[in-house]
Write a protein that binds this ligand. Sequence first.
Ligand SMILES: [Zn+2]
Length: 121
Amino acid sequence: MHELSIAHSILSIAERSFPAEATGFIHAVNIQVGELSSIDTEALLFAFSAIRSGTVLERAVLQIETIPGEARCSDCGTVYHLDSFGKACPHCQGYLVNILQGKELKVLSLSVEEEEPATHA
Ligand SMILES: [Zn+2]
């Protein structure tokens, strides 16, 4: 399953960027997923929650920002919204396009929260 290996990559990125001596915990992982990346975000969320227990991401949620697909027609230069591959240019019906954006999969940041110091009466 494609999404499971992506979830593992996110975990290893988080492990590398989160210092072992840190006092807080990661409460969110912010990622960008392009509309044309063929990633099923539901499946990714599921995979993420399946692998996080016992890791630095145990208390983290995955926050996914979707990047819309955008293409420029190679024939007439029209820039249009491409939500899936194989859609013709709305202006000239051409199929030769340059993908401008929408294929990305990027871990943007980790949100870290400081652990509340235990209070004793
Ligand atoms: Zn065109």
